[in-house]
Design a protein around this ligand. Sequence first.
Ligand SMILES: Cc1cc2nc3c(=O)[nH]c(=O)nc-3n(C[C@H](O)[C@H](O)[C@H](O)COP(=O)(O)OP(=O)(O)OC[C@H]3O[C@@H](n4cnc5c(N)ncnc54)[C@H](O)[C@@H]3O)c2cc1C
Length: 430
Amino acid sequence: MKVKRDLQFDAIVIGGGIAGLQSALDLGDQGYKVAVVDKDATIGGKMIRLSKVFPTLDCASCITTPKMSSAAHHENITLFTYCTLGALDREKPDQVVAQLRQEPRYVDPEKCIGCRKCEYGCPVYVEDDEQGGFNMRKAIYIPFSNAIPQLPVLDVENCSLCGKCAKVCPTDAIRYDMEPEDFTITAKTAVLATGFELSPMEQKPQYGLAKLQNVVSSMQMERLLAPHGPYNRVLRPSDGKEPDSIAYVQCAGSRDESLGIPYCSRVCCMYAIKQAMLLSGALPLADITIYYMDIRAFGKGYEQFYQNAKAMGIEFVKAKVAKITQGDNQTARLRYEDQEGNGGVMEREHDLVILSLGMVPQWDPAGICSVNCGQDGFIQSILPKIAPTVTNIDGVYTAGVAAGPKDIVDTITEAGAAAMEAANYIKGLT
Ligand SMILES: Cc1cc2nc3c(=O)[nH]c(=O)nc-3n(C[C@H](O)[C@H](O)[C@H](O)COP(=O)(O)OP(=O)(O)OC[C@H]3O[C@@H](n4cnc5c(N)ncnc54)[C@H](O)[C@@H]3O)c2cc1C
């Protein structure tokens, strides 16, 4: 393994989602040199993978790509993608040291021109997680068309080593012998913006995710609704039929002690309402039902958004769904306790069911960083009311969903606050 350099920056941001990018841009604009580290092959986090965003229904890609591109072209920001974080801690008042590993892409970044000829030439097809697993990608691939950087990754697990990518590469950039490279970054301050993943549903087999083809996650539905989605329209996965009846199951991975996730993930009501509105535009004849425990429309303009959805004819049923099983004609059969109307246990079949999954932390700092986390696993603030981005480590801040579930508006606001705290910390050193 090659040992790389020790790089110096004013600030290091861990996570290149919308939170990390906003903190980096706010620091970079003030003249600080910033390193953004992401474990993914591209920056952009979850937001770049969404269809449209509540409450404005802006196209997610249209508002995220400019931020990604501003960070990539900023004279004070350096991106480190496909890098894993081995350790991060404060060593001196003016030194946070991060141990990093550049994972091999098996493509020379200096030579690659992003022409994708390697991808077109590759004969291996692999299920594409970026498209919810609904279509295929190649074994060497750029994650999606507006990924930054435009550099492919060779997926060694699935590569057949046929050599076709190397043969068609016009710049001789394929490096099958590439190795991981370790390096360190020393900075004065750090922002932890490691975001979230969806709540794990393996512990809830009664909801049928992965077992029933027409039960999908909310992130899969984002892809089905996206302009560059897998089918370019909404079709149910089992047979490609346009669904006539669609259901949302709320709190499918939140407020659920049995999953160890007792908290509310805050965005699921709103994203389900958003998706339901988009679906009623895409499939005007479809019946859309949202099974909910409580609707939490917490932000500015969100209650109005909810009322608009009701006015559009989306049905809201106050009920807790107990079980989803295979129905007739490939439908999913919901068994639920109706908490309004006639009450009692009811059953209904839908062509397509979406589970509104909650948020869990994407990063566990144990053994890597001494930052404190709460019982829910999210990074804890030591001053949650008056300085919510401040952690237990001097000059190390947190932003976005890394610190707890939140929507994009709150994520951006918090990222700006973390950048301001970080800038003040640097100023205080001199
Ligand atoms: C289905 C769905 C729909 C949504 N729709 C909306 C909407 O319409 N409107 C709205 O306001 N909000 C919406 N949200 C919420 C929104 O996605 C989040 O608020 C936002 O993405 C949070 O950004 P983030 O940067 O904090 O986290 P993320 O987007 O998760 O980014 C975290 C980044 O950190 C990186 N990372 C993680 N761990 C490490 C590590 N150890 N080292 C290096 N890098 C690391 C990840 O690779 C990722 O790039 C939705 C959420 C879901 C699940």
